[in-house]
Design a protein around this ligand. Structure first.
Ligand code: PEP
Length: 250
């Protein structure tokens, strides 16, 4: 049975003291959440300390990105194996901000997926269309291509470790959320493509998260849909109380 997941993407926010404070607040609230995997993706610098602070907690840690290279002369980059060695178990790969601002192609993303899996990290693979692509009714093709070129080189055993996040680019950080119908339609499509390319078991066991201005007010309506297994949450994950409400929205 697939997992329900709520993952917070803190992006490039919060100084160390603020980040520790938020983590503390979330830790206090976590006991009010059951049956949901909580993942926090703070800036990578904080992962090692957070691992210690989360002793006895079931909250998992993830990074927001990893290098497509194994190791070596890549100044400023962070390798998947470093992330793993600091205590994270997840890594976000292919976020639209990485695709847009850092020119990550599907081919680069496929390599990052490989590095993550080789380091025993579960990738949270992000996909989603631009507004113009939806307006041209091309959103299903775009997402299918992202899946095929970024993810579907994996075999059946490998893909079982991947979480997919559907994040329409026009909804990320804009306050414009996909309607529950739009999100469910795309999630069902992603599950259909998984079934066609792999099989029914892979499709049914894959957690597919929705991301894009998901917040305490709309999470329940989104998560009520059969193919929406939780959320990848940006802005609303920076407030412990809101993050908790979202985690309780199943
Ligand atoms: C994200 O960055 O993954 C995201 C979903 O952001 P927000 O919730 O702020 O739209």
């Amino acid at each position: 049975m697939r997992k329900k997941i709520v993952a917070g993407n803190w992006k490039m926010n919060l100084q160390l003291n603020e980040a520790k404070q938020l983590l503390q607040e979330i830790k206090v609230l976590e006991k009010n959440v059951s049956d949901v995997k909580l993942i926090i993706n703070p800036p990578a610098l904080y992962i090692s300390l957070f691992r210690e602070l989360l002793e006895n907690s079931v909250i998992a840690l993830g990074a927001q990105n990893c290098s497509e290279h194994v190791s070596g002369a890549y100044t400023g980059e962070i390798a998947a194996q470093m992330i793993k060695s600091c205590g994270a178990t997840y890594v976000i790969v292919g976020h639209s901000e990485r695709r847009t601002y850092y020119h990550e192609t599907n081919a680069i993303i496929a390599e990052k997926i490989n590095r993550a899996l080789a380091s025993d990290l579960s990738p949270i693979f992000c996909c989603g269309e631009l507004l113009s692509e939806r307006e041209e009714n091309n959103h299903f093709n775009v997402v299918e291509q992202q899946l095929k070129e970024g993810l579907f080189h994996l075999n059946e055993n490998e893909i079982k470790n991947v979480v997919i996040a559907y994040e329409p680019v026009w909804a990320i950080g804009t306050g414009v959320t996909a309607t529950a119908e739009q999100a469910q339609e795309m999630h069902a499509f992603i599950r259909k493509v998984l079934k066609e390319f792999y099989n029914e078991a892979v499709a049914q066991n894959c957690s597919i998260l929705y991301g894009g201005s998901c917040n305490a007010s709309n999470a329940k309506e989104l998560f009520a849909n059969p193919d929406i297994d939780g959320g990848l949450i940006g802005g609303a994950s920076l407030k412990a109380a809101d993050f908790l409400v979202i985690a309780q929205s199943f």
